[in-house]
Each structure stands twice: as C-alpha cells, then as structure tokens.
Design a protein around this ligand. Structure first.
Ligand SMILES: NC(=O)C1=CN([C@@H]2O[C@H](COP(=O)(O)OP(=O)(O)OC[C@H]3O[C@@H](n4cnc5c(N)ncnc54)[C@H](OP(=O)(O)O)[C@@H]3O)[C@@H](O)[C@H]2O)C=CC1
Ligand SMILES: O=C(O)CCC(=O)C(=O)O
Ligand SMILES: [Mn+2]
Length: 471
C-alpha cells in the first residue's frame, strides 16, 4: 500500500486498472452517466495520492465486519492515500494460530504508532470453539487491547438528518464514555461446586493476610453449586478515566454525568463517585462554571430514565459493562448500530484506536456465506477509518490528510441524506414493511460505491484547492 502514483487510467499500478474490481468501477465509460459525474471521475484519477507521513495500525477482524472492512480499504482508502499500514490480522484463525500472540503484538504496535483502526472481532464462546476448532476459548481481543491501552472508549452516534430516532426527543448526540479497563472484562469468574465456600482474601505483596471475607456458602446437593466472580479496578485507572471524561466534556462543551450503583456496591462503585467528585472539585469545577457546564453523579437506574426523557447533548460516563450495554441502546435509539462510532483514547489523549461499536454482524455474514445479497451498514466502519486517519493527521500536522478524513466522514452522511441507504436505515426511515422492499435500500456493495462517488466529488475540490500539499 505504499506504492505512490498518479490516477491515470493507463497506469498499471493504479487500483482502477486492477481486474478484481467490480464492473461498477468502469462506470466512467458508461455514456448513460451524466457528463459531470464522468468528468469528476477522470479528474480524481489525475490527482496524486495524498501522502500520510507516519504509519496507521490496522487490526483486521471477522465475518461480515471483515467483509465490509476489506471493501472500504480497497475502495475508499487505497486509491486515494499513500499510506504505510502496519497490519495485524486479529481474525479468529490467526489468533488461534498464534495462541493470541497477535493481539499482544497488535497492542504494542498501537502503543508505538499511536493511531489505529480496528474491525470487529469474534470473542469466542463454546460454540465458536467448535465452529473454528480452536485450541482454547480465547479472551476478548477488545478486552486485551483496552486493558493494555488503559483508555476511555468514547461512543457517539453519527447523526443523519433524515434518519428518525427511535427516541424522538433525542435531538443532540448522547456521548457515552466507557471506562475501558478492568471490571467484568478483566475478572476471574468461576463455577463453584456444591458444598463449598467462596471467600475473598486480600494479601500483602509478600503474602500476609490483610482481610478475609466470606462471599457465600454453597449448599450440598445436585443444585447446590453456582458461580462466583471477582473483579477489580484501580484508583489510578478510575482517576485517568475521570480526567479523560472531564477534558472531553470541556472540549466538546457538554454537561457531564457519571452513573454508578453506589447504593449497592458501596465500596466499589462508591470509589468511582468519590474519585470523580474529588477531581471535579479540585480541578474542574471552575472551568465547568466558566463554560456554563455542570457535572453530577447519578444512580444508573435514575440515569437511564433521565437519558430517555432528555433531548441528548451530554456526556455520560459509564463503568465498563454499563457503557457496553448503554452504547448499544443509545446507538439503536438514534437509528442503527451501524451509526455508532467508537474511539479509544488514552488518558494523555495521544493514542487513539477507532472502531465501530457493533460486532461482526454474524447474521448478515451467514447470508454472505450462502452467496446471498446483504445490506450491512458500513458507516461506523468507514468513520472508524476517518477518525483514525484524522488522529494520524493531527499527530503529523498534515492538513491534507485531515481534509481527506473529514471528506470521507461527510460523504457517508451526504449519501444517506441524499436518500441512498442500507436496509437498517431504510427500515428506520420507511418503517418495517416498506423499508424492507428491495427497491428502497442498497446492498452492502452499492452503498460503498455511492460513498466512493461522493468522496470523489470532494477530493476533486480538495485537490484543486491545495495541489501544493500533495506529493
Ligand atoms: N467490537 C467488537 O469487536 C465486537 C465484537 N462482537 C462480536 O460480534 C459477534 C456478533 O455479535 P452480535 O451479538 O451478533 O452483535 P452485532 O453487533 O454484530 O449484531 C447484532 C445485530 O445488530 C444489527 N447490526 C449490527 N451492526 C449492524 C450494521 N453495521 N448494519 C446493519 N445491522 C447491524 C444486525 O441486526 P439484524 O440481524 O436484525 O439485521 C445484527 O444481527 C460476536 O461474536 C461478538 O463476540 C460484538 C460486539 C462488539
Ligand atoms: O469484546 C467483546 O467481546 C465485545 C465488545 C463489545 O461488545 C463492545 O466493544 O461493545
Ligand atoms: Mn458491545
């Protein structure tokens, strides 16, 4: 991907001339197309690719997420950028072949290069172990990456004017800040046999007992056993989470809430409430007041009800699992899981890993495997590339790469606002009956084609405005 060249039709190195491209690539020779579109296409091909100064780390994924990821890269990235990609295949077969070593290597590369994009990956359960004949049930690669990077995951719906919200009152985005470290995602969970006792024991570093507490005595008999879980977090990580959230809220001028269940988990969730309050009182109260913003801690059950009643427009700091669940509710409430962006930011704000919030969309992949048409929304994955590149551009101080990233993100929204969309959005706009009709939505491939066409109109004007920034 680091070949540089000019997009002229007869140049053998340019992607346009590759045989693997679909016939739609040749649409410029189609005289039925309006003249302006054909003119735009040929203009873009005469522009050199934009050079990205430093590498972007790419983490490939599984199933339908992998299918759309490859199409995005081939059609929306490779033709326009001279980009050095540091590639890791986090697909389940490679994780298995490397005993998950590839995930650790990938995390180190993200730390080194500081800008990364990731496709969704399968976290195996028993059924997946069988399906892929795995050596073992590997942990979530997201859990591994997030625990190593120890950052905050910010999830924000991509708002599109013509997509009605399931929650009509939500006029402004609700941004979920999800703590990315510890809790359920780094817990020890065990099956417990009948007639046994589970205790929680805290030892000093050299093994002396500090505290021992009984968790539960399990009864004897066939149904006497059960399950137990031990999870943890650290003051440092909670404090970093708090700082990231307060800084983000100030930067984006959003009021902020933290939700916990401190009335039940008095020590555990109480720690979040106290650390956030301490940070706020000491470092942020004045800055928030100057910006006319507020901060409050709320009980999670109160918070979900308030969120539903609200008009949106706030930052909601969630513990790891709450953030996982609430971000999918919020995504669907704004129209589709396919419109939820997700970036992991380290506490210093220097390292960013962008992804879609949704998973590998297995149900669509099963159709794809049978050779059937699919209509998977690729917007969140395209936006992941755009946000990863925008961060690269910010670190490298390369305005032309930033312009490209912004044009890419904008193109997705414009295509949908122009009435071209995948089935999930068509259903949201037209309702389940009409929205499902084939003439009312685009396939996975058609939607990416439409984004490419839109992107090219922007690239022509960027290229015309700033040719000196190109190589
Ligand atoms: N970040 C990551 O890497 C994540 C990975 N996963 C993994 O993904 C796999 C599948 O998980 P699953 O629970 O099915 O969750 P998914 O988010 O993959 O999909 C659930 C359903 O949501 C709808 N949906 C999600 N994304 C899109 C999209 N882009 N376009 C259109 N519809 C969409 C589909 O509904 P419908 O079928 O009704 O069209 C889909 O069947 C699991 O193995 C899990 O481990 C899960 C979450 C995050
Ligand atoms: O890593 C996983 O297994 C799930 C991740 C997930 O659901 C998310 O990132 O929202
Ligand atoms: Mn999730």
């Amino acid at each position: 991907m680091s070949i540089s060249g000019c997009f002229v039709q007869d140049c053998p190195r340019v992607p346009w001339s590759l045989s693997h491209l679909s016939p739609r690539r040749e649409r410029d020779t189609d005289t039925s197309k309006p003249r302006e579109i054909r003119a735009t296409m040929s203009n873009v091909r005469c522009l050199p690719r934009i050079r990205v100064r430093n590498p972007l780390v790419e983490l490939d994924g599984d199933e339908q997420a992998r299918v759309i990821w490859h199409q995005i890269k081939k059609q929306l990235i490779e033709p326009y950028l001279d980009l050095n990609i540091v590639y890791f295949d986090l697909g389940l077969p490679v994780r298995d072949a490397t005993n998950d070593g590839v995930t650790l290597d990938a995390a180190r590369a993200v730390q080194q290069h500081r800008a990364a994009v990731k496709a969704a990956t399968i976290t195996p359960d028993e059924a997946r172990v069988q399906e892929f004949n795995l050596k073992r049930m590997y942990p979530s690669p997201n859990g591994t990456l997030r625990n190593i990077l120890n950052g905050t995951v910010f999830r924000e719906p991509i708002l599109v004017n013509n997509v009605p919200r399931l929650v009509p009152g939500w006029q402004k985005p609700i941004v979920i800040a999800r703590h990315g470290f510890g809790d359920q995602y780094k817990a020890q969970d065990v099956r417990v046999p009948p007639a046994s006792r589970v205790e929680l024991c805290i030892l000093t570093a050299d093994g002396k007992e500090i505290e021992r507490r009984e968790v539960h005595r399990f009864a004897a008999g066939e149904h006497g056993g059960g399950v137990a879980l031990a999870m943890f977090n650290t003051d440092e990580s909670i404090r970093n989470f708090g700082k990231s959230c307060f800084e983000f809220a100030l930067k984006r001028k959003l009021p902020m809430y933290l939700s916990t269940k401190n009335t039940i988990l008095k020590a555990y969730d109480g720690r979040w409430r106290d650390i956030f309050q301490e940070l706020y009182d000491r470092d942020y109260k004045e800055r928030f007041a100057q910006a006319s913003l507020g901060y409050e801690h709320r009980l999670i059950d109160d918070m979900v009800a308030q969120a539903l009643k609200s008009a949106g427009g706030f930052l909601w700091a969630c513990k790891n699992y709450d953030g996982d669940v609430q971000s999918d509710i919020v995504a669907q409430g704004y129209g589709s899981l396919g419109l939820m962006s997700s970036v992991l930011l380290t506490p210093d704000g220097n390292t960013l890993l962008a992804e879609a919030a949704h998973g590998t969309v297995t149900r669509h992949y099963r159709l794809h495997q049978q050779g059937k048409e699919t209509s998977t929304n690729s917007v969140a994955s395209i936006v992941a590339w755009a946000r990863g590149l925008a961060h690269r551009a910010t670190l490298d101080e390369t305005p032309d790469v930033l312009q490209f990233a912004e044009a890419l993100e904008r193109s997705c929204i414009e295509v949908i606002q122009g009435g071209k969309m995948t089935k999930d959005l068509s259903i949201a706009v037209l309702g389940p009956e009409l929205g499902c009709k084939r003439e009312n939505y685009l396939t996975t491939e058609e939607f990416i084609d439409a984004v490419q066409e839109q992107l090219e109109t922007h690239l022509v004007s960027i290229g015309q405005k700033s040719p000196q920034q190109r190589i």
